[in-house]
Every structure is written in C-alpha cells, then in structure tokens.
Design a protein. Structure first.
Length: 151
C-alpha cells in the first residue's frame, strides 16, 4: 500500500482494488464469544490469550486435547456436524469435503473446467494464478458450498 514502486502482478493489483473500496473501518476490541464470568469461561479466555501471544503452557495443551472430536461423546460430537472447519492442510480440506459428500448419500458429479482451445497456460495454472479456482470440483444435491468471490 505504501511502496514507492508499484508491483504489477495480479495479486498486488487485486489487493489495491480491494483496499480502494474500503470506506469504513471498525476496530473490534471486545472478545464477544468468550464473554462471561464463570470460572470455566475465564480459564478458556486466558487460554485463548496465551495461544494468541505464543505463551501457551502445558495445561493449555492438556485442556485442548480433551476437546478433540474423537474424545467427545457422540451426542456432543453431533452438535459439530454442520460446523465450519479450520484445517491446516489442503489434503485435510479435501478429505472433509469428500466425507461430507459421502454422508449426503446422493450421486456426486465431477465438474471439470473448460478452457478455450489453445489455452494451455490456463490448464497449467496453479491456484494462485487461477485466483483460487479449482480445475475440477465435486458437487451433490444438498452439498454446502462456500463462495469466496462474487460471481
């Protein structure tokens, strides 16, 4: 945003375009999801603050390990069935998405991108160059889809 020389790649230009459209800014300084005065809520809030600051302690790790999905009772695990997942690797994302499609118990269709004739560069583009567009996607009736851009 403040560079003396402007970069001319597509990511930089996308960033400048988005930044120029920002008209209002709000600073959020109150943690709402962890509001509350119970001892458990205070402990959890403290744990999150230590995680944020990179100052976790062994007790934090032990506490978080009790919340692993496989350690929860089935009834509580089911309450997370439609939750959005935050996953560290693309392979994990793919596995979750495929499992969600299987659980729908419906036919799945693979939709492949169609490139104009002679567009070999488009066929070989990675996700960054393609602005996050996959070369193929799997869909089924009832599948949840997250759009990351206006289409």
């Amino acid at each position: 945003m403040y560079a003396k020389t402007l970069s001319s790649n597509s990511i930089s230009e996308d960033g400048r375009t988005v930044y120029s459209q920002i008209q209002e800014v709000y600073k959020l300084d109150v943690v709402q999801h962890q509001a509350g005065e119970s001892i458990a809520q205070h402990k959890f809030r403290d744990l999150l603050l230590r995680l944020r600051d990179g100052k976790s302690i062994q007790l934090d790790w032990k506490t978080m390990m009790t919340r692993l999905l496989e350690h929860l009772p089935a009834l509580e695990r089911d309450t997370f069935s439609n939750a959005t997942s935050i996953l560290p690797k693309w392979i994990d994302v793919d596995n979750v998405n495929i499992n969600k499609l299987r659980m729908l118990n419906r036919p799945v269709v693979k939709i492949c991108a169609v490139h104009k004739l002679g567009e070999t560069k488009a066929k070989k583009a990675d996700l960054d160059e393609a602005k996050g567009l996959e070369a193929e996607i799997l869909l089924a009736k009832g599948a949840r889809v997250m759009l990351s851009a206006n289409l």
